[in-house]
Design a protein around this ligand. Sequence first.
Ligand SMILES: CC(C)(COP(=O)(O)OP(=O)(O)OC[C@H]1O[C@@H](n2cnc3c(N)ncnc32)[C@H](O)[C@@H]1OP(=O)(O)O)[C@@H](O)C(=O)NCCC(=O)NCCS
Length: 250
Amino acid sequence: MTSVAQHELRPEAAWRPASHRQAPPGGKVAFIGANNPETARMVRDVQSATGVEFIGYFDNDPNKKGRTFCGLPVFGGFDDLLRCDRAAFGLVNLITRDTSTRHQTTRFFADNGFSAADFIHPSINLDGVTLGRGVYLQEGVIVQGGVVLGDNVCVNSGATISHETSLGTSCFVAPGATLAGLVTLAAGVLIGAGAVVLPRLSLGIGTIVGAGAVITKDTTERSIMAGVPATAKGKAPDDEAFLPLFLGKT
Ligand SMILES: CC(C)(COP(=O)(O)OP(=O)(O)OC[C@H]1O[C@@H](n2cnc3c(N)ncnc32)[C@H](O)[C@@H]1OP(=O)(O)O)[C@@H](O)C(=O)NCCC(=O)NCCS
């Protein structure tokens, strides 16, 4: 394989302007993780704006199988998922408790032939923004021009991603956090609620930023940062390499 072909296979090559998004397979979406009631409001808003049909949940908790969560059925766990037709629907990963689990879950369904679908509140202005696949943006997120949100990124309500900031694969930004302009997050970074990252900083792969922290310096891989100004409190486990995800063609 030539180096050019390898370059073309990099998932970043499939990241596209937000205006070029494609509908999920079959125009339908199922969720991974039946835990957050905020999903129900998002479903109503996204469904009426886009016509995408949300069909239900997959969740490995056996107590949830066969019940409903926020008005949609829980089909069962990953064993049940693997018996489904890959062309019938796309999947949205709602897991945000840590970026390792989020990344591993998306890799599991991508490696098994499922497509990642976006779940983006229709009120968000994405003009001039580049998106990977499987991006989940809650209501009230501000994403400024020149921002890049990679595959499997999630940003929660009220967070601000300022101009020309870039989030790598599987990053998660909690409610009310602010990333100033020209910030670069490597893959798997978690930004805690209300934290602030000052302009032009780079955060290493798997960095965890505590709630309310103010990051004033670049961070190294897997640093746990907290406080104002933030200082290193330790290292996150080295249990996930955050390798690129191959989520199919856009
Ligand atoms: C910083 C953080 C990663 C540390 O987690 P942890 O390693 O499990 O730490 P602990 O809860 O055991 O606390 C360790 C110490 O740090 C302090 N601490 C915890 N979080 C802190 C924070 N955000 N800022 C300042 N100090 C913090 C604790 O008070 C404790 O201090 P002590 O040893 O003097 O008692 C975590 O507390 C945090 O802020 N995570 C982000 C949560 C979040 O916003 N999630 C998004 C939800 S949508």
